[in-house]
Write a protein that binds this ligand. Structure first.
Ligand code: GRF
Length: 200
């Protein structure tokens, strides 16, 4: 099977980018990361990517979302990316970006969507008092963490958990789930039936 060319957008630490790359190098995902882009020039993900031999660049965010998205699309097209994985990318994407790559744009979110979209999902889960949370990989649309669900992984909330402890356990689950979902999408044809993603 030929390897899909994947671009990653990230704003911060980059552990999901590294988990995707590691799974690809182990042969678990028929893909390669061809470019990592960040809207934050100081984001650790850029250095982490370069250490792994992956091309990485900052395209700093501007108030003009349209021109920012055009620049992201141009860089990803230049790198011949076919899929885009958001991995801690902290800006909503609009029609210009989504129109260029949908439905081949994925995001990972640290809750069982549709519960707790948006920022600080792990804090929301603790404060709500849920007994089970987890993470979700979904296709990206213009809403906030709202696209069709590809896969989910549940994580129990322990009584003694604070936000950091829960976030760390969910992150471990994220690193398993994201490569698994990407591999499944690359290996099996899928259709969208309303919000429901079905593998054929
Ligand atoms: C992860 O918790 C992810 O679910 C969320 O942002 C965080 C990114 O972490 N969207 P990292 O940069 O991949 O380490």
């Amino acid at each position: 099977m030929s390897r899909a060319r994947v671009g990653v957008l990230a704003s911060g630490r980059g552990s999901n980018m590294a988990a995707l790359d590691a799974a690809m190098r182990r042969g678990e995902v028929p893909a390669e990361i061809v470019l990592v882009l960040s809207d934050r020039p100081q984001a650790p993900v850029l250095e982490l990517a370069r250490e792994r031999g992956i091309a990485a660049a900052a395209i700093p965010r501007t108030d003009d979302r349209e021109s920012h998205e055009q620049a992201l699309v141009a860089a990803l097209r230049e790198a011949e990316a076919e899929w885009v994985c958001l991995a801690g990318y902290m800006r909503l994407l609009g029609g210009t970006f989504i129109g260029a790559f949908a439905p081949r744009i994925l995001n990972i979110h640290p809750s069982l969507l549709p519960a707790f979209p948006g920022l600080e999902a792990q804090r929301q889960a603790i404060e709500h008092g849920v007994r089970v949370s987890g993470c979700t990989v979904h296709l990206v649309d213009e809403g906030l963490d709202s696209g069709p669900i590809v896969g989910q992984s549940a994580v129990e909330v322990e009584p003694a958990d604070d936000v950091e402890a829960l976030a760390a356990r969910i992150l471990g689950a994220e690193h398993q789930l994201y490569p698994r979902c990407l591999a499944e999408l690359l290996r099996r044809p899928f259709v969208l039936d309303g919000r429901r993603l079905r593998f054929c």
